[in-house]
Design a protein around this ligand. Structure first.
Ligand code: MSP
Length: 508
């Protein structure tokens, strides 16, 4: 039987900034979900990439005295390096300057034009260069952009408009029929209220922009950002070129992003798709916004958390764990260096790292590194504690509640540590008659490690592989649900205790 497909995307990031903790957050979350779905047997397509056109990029390149293409190439290289460092397992990376994208964006414009969805008009207004959008309303003085807080500039030009205003009813009807479309719920309510207020036609071309895709039906105009950018989600999977591949993945299961670009994904994108007569994505999830030690991260402050530095200090798995564990997905949060340090020492070095080290050390000491037979107690407290793991994790992952999934896993880690204290293997080891009991206790602990390696794999792929290796196991081939059945670790298996997984850091 064909496996169920699952298509997940991140925003395509502007090439005006280097990768940082904010862009890493979305990408790591998407990666964890992609890895989780793969473990559950889904056929996953995970797309990320870069948004390379527009005035912002053109200006940034001018400032550096290089061409926009050169700037894009340099930053794309930085993205590739960062995603490699963070073990991001994307299946594709799309750049909006690639021919496969530009050609289809032109087709999309032509199609919208032929359908009568675009018309030539005149736009006068205040324009935010940074967000590439006109301000709402008309005021005398240049308003501050509500999205980025920068001042806007006067702008008037002939441009093509997309008939967004025609879609209000259909969009509201879609929301009614798909109340889960946008998450968290509070965002759905906000967007709905704004749409009920009315939709204004959207200017989608500019005649003053060089660094953009030319429009096929009017050589004076070029695409400006949003149709170009949003279309990446379909151009990357063969829209207009390879219908089988396109149908295999579309509609997307989840578009992930932060709350800054909800409007584009939950309003504009659905309307464009309706105009093109395409299905709408199943879910848009907008997570919160990170600050750093209480401050907004910005270029001027130079206070972006740099993933390279965090990884150099703590490792990629620890960073992945921390940012998903620290925040409820959907809420804003503050990246505090002290919190990273604290969670690393307590939860990774302490709870998980110690558990693995202690269990493997005891199997070495008491059973010469061979996993014993649990016949004295074929199941027990740990089997019981693991019984609902899959259902709990799957429910949380289904709701993209990464922190809850990790809390649930850590409850199991702590239960295993507590089991050691309860059963006191060091005492059992002193009495020869209690050897079968000791064997059962150590088997169950080793089995708990096997289970843990499976459930942490999406978040901490490197640590998971290291634990499996120490248990003498290769890659798991069963689907997660089946692999989590208690008792699959073969007795007689040779283990090798490695170095501690997370060496404790000094207190700061
Ligand atoms: N190019 C557009 C997106 C087009 S998608 C069709 C864009 N690019 S961006 O580089 O500005 O990326 C914005 C996204 O980066 C956010 O939606 C979020 O995914 C991520 N983040 C950037 N900074 C962030 C924080 N400080 N906190 C959380 N996420 C952040 O918008």
């Amino acid at each position: 039987m064909a496996r169920t497909s699952f298509y997940i995307t991140t925003p395509i990031y502007y090439v005006t900034a280097q990768p940082h903790i904010g862009t890493a957050y979305t990408t790591i979350a998407a990666d964890v979900l992609a890895r989780y779905k793969r473990l559950c047997g889904y056929d996953v397509h995970f797309l990320t990439g870069t948004d390379e056109h527009g005035l912002k990029v053109q200006r940034a390149a001018e400032e550096l005295g290089i061409s926009p293409g050169e700037l894009a190439d340099t930053v794309v290289q930085q993205y590739h390096e960062a995603w490699k460092l963070l073990n991001i397992s994307h299946n594709d990376f799309i750049r909006t300057t690639e021919a496969r994208h530009e050609r289809i964006v032109q087709q999309i414009f032509q199609k919208l034009y032929d359908l009568g969805e675009l018309y030539l008009g005149q736009y006068r207004g205040w324009y935010c260069v940074s967000c590439e959008s006109f301000m709402k309303g008309s005021s005398e003085d240049a308003p501050i952009c509500p999205d980025c807080g920068r001042p806007s500039e006067a702008n008037s030009e002939a441009c093509y408009f997309f008939r967004l205003s025609n879609y209000q009813e259909r969009l509201l009807e879609f929301y009614d029929n798909h109340p889960d479309f946008l998450r968290p719920q509070s965002r759905m309510n906000e967007v709905r209220a704004r749409v009920e207020d009315g939709l204004r036609d959207l200017s989608v071309t500019r005649s003053t922009l060089e660094w953009a895709v030319p429009i096929p039906f009017d050589s004076d105009h070029r695409a400006y950002v949003w149709i170009d950018a949003l279309s990446n989600y379909i151009t990357a999977i063969g829209y207009g070129v390879d219908n089988d591949t396109f149908k295999r993945w579309w509609p997307a299961d989840v578009h992930l992003m932060a709350k800054d670009i909800i409007w584009f994904h939950a309003v504009i994108w659905p309307c464009i798709l309706m105009a093109l007569d395409l299905d709408l994505p199943k879910k848009v999830f907008a997570h919160g916004w990170w600050t750093h030690n209480g401050e907004k991260m910005s270029k001027s402050k130079g206070n972006f958390v740099n993933p390279h530095e965090v990884v150099a200090e703590y490792g990629a798995d620890a960073l992945r764990y921390f940012i998903l564990r620290e925040l409820t997905f959907g809420m804003d949060g503050d990246y505090r260096d002290a919190a990273m340090h604290q969670r690393y020492n307590a939860e990774l070095a302490g709870d998980l790292g110690n558990l693995v080290f202690r269990v493997l050390s005891m199997i070495e000491r008491y059973f010469d590194g061979v996993v014993p037979d649990p016949q004295a107690e074929p199941a027990g407290a740990l089997a019981e504690a693991a019984a609902s793991l899959y259902e709990d994790i799957d429910r949380h992952m289904g709701e993209l509640q990464f922190s809850r999934a990790l809390e649930r896993i850590w409850a199991f880690v702590r239960r295993a540590n507590q089991y050691i204290e309860e059963r006191k293997p060091w005492q059992l080891a002193k009495e020869e008659t209690r050897r079968p009991e000791l064997a059962a206790v150590m088997y169950h602990l080793a089995e708990a490690l096997r289970i843990l390696a499976l459930v942490i794999a999406p978040t901490m792929p490197v640590t998971s592989a290291r634990i499996r290796e120490q248990l003498g196991l290769g890659e798991e081939t069963k689907e997660l649900k089946d692999a989590l059945a208690w008792g699959l670790l073969p007795s007689g298996q040779h283990i090798t205790r490695g170095e501690p997984l997370f060496p404790k850091k000094d207190e700061t």
